[in-house]
Write a protein that binds this ligand. Structure first.
Ligand SMILES: Cc1cc2nc3c(=O)[nH]c(=O)nc-3n(C[C@H](O)[C@H](O)[C@H](O)COP(=O)(O)OP(=O)(O)OC[C@H]3O[C@@H](n4cnc5c(N)ncnc54)[C@H](O)[C@@H]3O)c2cc1C
Length: 526
């Protein structure tokens, strides 16, 4: 066996972001509640709501200060309500501040400015096809129709997008880039369903900070009260079943926050709650680690369930693995499973690759020749690609495809057939199997040949799904009714997934339905 130790250690490109999230939480747990919170905690039983001595009284109480909570709070305040946000950490930001900085929108002034032809209609066609039938179709329509307005909201908050267009596939924010293809727009069949357009509006290398910090400044400028180090534990209802507030732990003390109009749950997903992930995982194959902030524990989902809320889309956990990164030439290789067959177009967005690995795994290999290896090996330009490869895995090398297959334990005939077919596609300039773009078709013909292990355990996961809401962001009960006084937005809720359609769809969803929640909560009667 002619093996060589892989130089491609798992250099998870999200590692730094996650580490900073841990630090923020530690500070948050030690922090006292803001001095703005008045009154004393008490132990009044929640069943006798009339007797509760409220510590804080407001119109709209928002739980969680990420993109969804900030958007909801801003709109509720602009709608004339007094608004209080409770945030368990010291600084807020959640997964929003850790994110790649993409916001997925179509028909915006930035697209026009950069010469991109796009529209709400084409965006909706792509989103509908990519999300699949499981997604709430009405919600997708609202998301897309609101796109230009969502963009304006971002600009008004002070979010700055880069000034340049990237016509390649974008994965993470890069200096100066304002617009990139951040989904599967260029892939078959999507490119035939909707005119492809770059819709990933990017804050460049400012990433998630470029989104959250301007939002935070806007919240402060609007005079919205934010109570940090305040962990919401339970919702409080009155005798009619209406949600009227929440029990919040501040500095180790129980406090009662009254919301005269409504409570908006915006505490993020359940990525970091392994029990919830295991309970909703739809695959039997092993997978990699979580990507999120440490407080993505599903607490808002549980709080909603305790007052009778239904759930939606919990099993749509997103498994992601990128074949390419800043250097997209790695996508010229082929991804084969243990039977030696290609399993997907290699330029597919990471959530499609992750799903393919989960469905065809656990073992898969990225196969390439020395001509291609020369174009990316050791360049260091593709941390996402390195992140995708299995940690500490051995890279295989052989003089022929037959020998390579033997090393991998794959039927040589099968791998030879796959490579021969792919080489025909490369020669003809058309991928007859998966429709990969012609510029990513290159023959695998120059020995030695290589295979890099790329199994399902390199797929990281994030939760999708959460509290069932309607398109007005009301939380819906298991009996199908609106729970009075309760809204939810962002990753603790779920409307638009389906399959994860690309980078930026989550933040855009948080803003769209967070704003709707805020507007409707402000319009409630106190
Ligand atoms: C590394 C990474 C990169 C990503 N890149 C992108 C991208 O480029 N584009 C995109 O669209 N999406 C991206 N995502 C996904 C996106 O960041 C999240 O889906 C989104 O930020 C969720 O926003 P949110 O407001 O729902 O929750 P969060 O931003 O997580 O905010 C929730 C807040 O609630 C607080 N909280 C939780 N429970 C409680 C409680 N009980 N009481 C009080 N406070 C509570 C948390 O501390 C947190 O601050 C990325 C995610 C990660 C992890």
């Amino acid at each position: 066996m002619n093996e060589q130790e892989s130089k491609f250690s798992r250099r998870d490109f999200f590692k730094g972001a996650v580490a900073s999230g841990v630090a923020a939480t530690t500070v948050g747990l030690m922090a006292a509640c803001s001095p703005q919170a008045k009154g004393k905690g008490n132990d009044t039983p929640l069943s006798s709501t009339g007797d509760i001595a409220w510590d804080v009284e407001t119109d709209v109480l928002v739980v969680g200060f990420g993109a969804a909570g900030a958007s909801a709070a801003i709109e509720a305040k602009r709608g004339g309500a007094e608004v209080t946000i409770v945030e368990t950490t010291e600084a807020g930001g959640g997964s929003t501040v850790l994110c790649g900085g993409f916001i997925y929108l179509g028909g915006t002034p930035l697209q026009e400015q950069l010469g991109v032809k796009d529209s709400v209609e084409e965006t909706l066609k792509y989103m509908t096809a990519a999300a699949g039938p499981y997604a709430n179709q009405e919600a997708l329509k609202i998301y897309c129709e609101n796109g230009p307005d969502t963009y304006q909201f971002c600009i008004d908050c002070g979010i700055k997008f880069g000034e340049n267009l990237d016509l390649n596939h974008g994965v993470s924010g890069r200096a100066g880039i304002g617009l990139a293809y951040s989904g599967n727009e260029l892939q078959a069949p999507y490119r035939d369903i909707a005119v492809p357009a770059p819709r990933g509006h990017s804050t460049g290398d400012a990433c998630g900070k470029g989104i959250f910090e301007p939002m935070k400044k806007t919240v402060e400028a609007e005079g919205i009260q934010v109570v940090y180090g305040a962990n919401a534990e339970r919702l409080i209802r009155d005798e009619t079943g209406r949600v009227i507030g929440a029990e919040v732990t501040c500095d180790g003390k129980q406090q009662y926050f009254r919301a005269a109009k409504a409570v908006i749950l915006a505490g993020g997903g359940f990525t970091m709650n392994r029990d919830m992930i295991d309970a909703n995982n739809r695959f039997t194959t092993p997978f990699g680690g979580p990507i999120g902030n440490p407080n993505e524990l599903g607490t808002c989902i549980k709080m909603g369930q305790e007052v009778g809320a239904d759930l939606f889309g919990m099993s749509q956990i997103c498994y992601t693995c990128f074949i390419y990164g800043t250097d997209t030439s790695t996508a010229k290789a082929i991804l084969v499973d243990k039977t030696g067959r290609r399993i997907i177009s290699e330029t597919s967005y990471g959530s499609w690759v992750g799903e393919a690995l989960m469905a065809n795994g656990p073992e898969a290999y990225l196969v390439f020749d020395s001509a291609l290896k020369g174009s990316f090996d050791g360049s260091g330009d593709s941390p996402e690609f390195e992140a995708g490869a299995i940690a500490g895995a051995t890279e295989f090398e052989a003089g022929t495809i037959t020998e390579l297959a033997e090393q991998l334990g794959i039927d040589p005939l099968s791998l030879e057939n796959t490579v021969a077919l792919y080489n025909t596609f490369a020669e003809q300039g058309e991928d007859g199997q998966f429709g990969k773009e012609p510029e990513y078709l290159a023959p695998i013909a120059t020995p030695p040949f290589y295979a890099r292990p790329y199994g399902s355990e390199s797929a990281f996961y994030t939760s999708e799904g959460g509290l069932k809401t309607d398109v007005e962001s009301h939380v819906i009960s298991v009996s199908g009714d609106v729970i009075p006084g309760l809204y939810a937005a962002g990753r603790c809720s779920s409307l638009i997934y389906g399959h994860y359609m690309g980078s930026g769809t989550s933040i855009a969803d948080c803003i769209t339905f967070g704003r709707i929640a805020g507007q409707n909560a402000a319009a409630e009667t106190a």
